[in-house]
Design a binder for this molecule. Structure first.
Ligand code: BG6
Length: 444
């Protein structure tokens, strides 16, 4: 393995992603002795060191972590702030000075796509890209052509093995566990096909709205924010053929293969919604058609899945927050007893676990079925799982690509969502705190 990164540079350090995810991740890495000697925050805002440290402290506390002063002190002593214009060469000269003795700095681009170009140019113009690694957030591009262009831009500046395309769902332990569950349990693997499965539903529901990110979100919407990347990655893990072996190459080939067999989504089987009040948020264009909810039906055209709908939905301002997969099995062939179908449910967010609905006899003289849930809450018997961003930052510093998205899969994902991007009509309003527009309930 290549040498571990000895510095982390956070572009966009004053932003939402850094405070919500990256500061808490760096704090946890410090606790485990995995943080590099330098953590440099870069932003246009003229912050000083104290402001940086104050923001990090607030972020760690708000993430609900127990703040240990000694650990935090260790982290803050490694932190420095560098304010400057992303388009000014001087910013990168100062950065190169600060990184003079860093062998493999890791550059994390937590910045809006509009300034990507300036930062990549700055990093390559100053020579920093030659010895650095770069982490790029999803969505990777805005559509298939822009994703190609972004790729060209990055590979023109960084070595291919130094580019890390993040989809943090790949760093979530419960999601990573889907393939182990499938290929590690004979009882389920035998049933994992159209002969036994009636449908698969994937839901990413969030109770909250755009949380002050409406200016960014209005250019993105639920399809680009969650469906194109997080949900389709989950679909790939659920639907892929067994990989040839346990190597990352074999897994990634199997994922890209199954995505290539998925048909492009159709506006006819897609419902888009927007929560009431969204258009009043700061940064939202008047009359915006951006969806905050989408429900759609994906078809995978191969022997295993022909005829099995993958029902995918995500939305903001829903009644609750949950990331879930429900596998609905076909009812038994015999009609001896009237029974409900078995449902296998994977809870993939906080409070993760698995449950299976089974048919059992209702107490009494008659033999009548009733459904019980066989439920496993992983918190009660597994060690605490590490947060996705902590794992992924750690991996990127080690140049480990296992849990990062690959170009082949990303391009398939853009192909799949392409027909439902940027629709200019048809977004339906829904009251906040509901499961989206009424049509969303019956979209399949
Ligand atoms: C991000 C999206 O990628 O994922 C957010 O930009 C969304 O809009 C978030 O809230 C959900 O991630 P998690 O880990 O909270 O399920």
């Amino acid at each position: 393995m290549d040498v571990r990164s000895d510095a982390v540079v956070l572009f966009g350090v004053t932003g939402d992603l850094v405070s919500k995810k990256l500061f808490p991740a760096l704090y946890e890495l410090t606790r485990r002795g995995r943080v590099p000697s330098r953590v440099i925050g870069v932003a246009r805002s003229p912050w000083d060191h104290q402001q940086l440290v104050t923001a990090a402290r607030k972020a760690v506390t708000e993430a609900g972590l127990d703040l240990d002063e000694a650990v935090f002190e260790d982290l803050s002593a490694r932190m420095t702030m560098l304010s400057g214009d992303y388009a000014a060469p001087g910013t990168y000269e100062r950065l190169a000075g600060a990184l003079a003795d860093a062998e493999r700095p890791l550059f994390y681009l937590a910045i809006p796509p509009a300034v990507f170009d300036a930062v990549v140019s700055g990093l390559s113009g100053s020579g920093l890209a030659d010895r650095g690694r770069v982490v790029v957030e999803k969505p990777f591009g805005h559509d298939l052509p822009s994703s190609h262009a972004l790729n060209e831009r990055l590979t023109g500046a960084f070595a291919p093995e130094s580019i890390f395309r993040i989809d943090h769902y790949l760093g979530k332990e419960p999601i990573e566990g889907l393939s182990l569950f499938r290929f590690g349990n004979r009882v389920f693997e035998q049933l994992w096909n159209r002969e036994h499965i009636a449908s698969i539903q994937v839901t990413v529901a969030e109770k909250f709205g755009t949380q002050g990110r409406a200016g960014f979100y209005d250019n993105v919407g639920a399809i680009r924010d969650v469906l194109q990347n997080h949900i389709l990655q989950v679909v790939a893990l659920l639907a892929m053929e067994p990989p040839a072996d346990a190597s990352q190459e074999a897994f990634q080939a199997a994922e890209a293969e199954v995505l290539s067999q998925a048909l492009a989504l159709s506006p006819e089987t897609t419902v888009r919604g927007q929560y009431e009040g969204y258009r009043d948020e700061t940064g939202v264009k008047p009359g915006s058609q951006t969806e905050t909810f989408v429900a759609t039906r994906l078809t995978i055209d191969n022997d295993r899945w022909a005829g099995v709908p993958f029902l995918l939905r995500t939305g903001k301002s829903m009644p609750g927050t949950a990331t879930e997969v429900v596998v609905e099995f076909r009812p038994p062939d015999t009609t001896v007893y009237p029974v409900a179908a078995n449902l296998l449910r994977f809870r993939l967010g906080k409070n993760d676990g698995i449950s299976l609905s089974a048919q059992v006899k209702t107490p009494g003289t008659e033999v009548v079925a009733q459904t019980v849930e066989l439920n496993a809450d992983f918190d009660s018997f597994l060690e605490p799982r590490r947060e996705a961003y902590e794992r992924l930052l750690d991996d990127a510093m080690d140049a480990d690509h296992t849990r990062f998205a690959r170009v082949a899969a990303i391009e398939q994902e853009w192909r799949i969502v392409d027909p439902i991007l940027d629709l200019t009509t048809g977004v339906q309003e829904y009251p906040q705190g509901t499961w989206g527009p009424a049509d969303g309930e019956t979209w399949h």
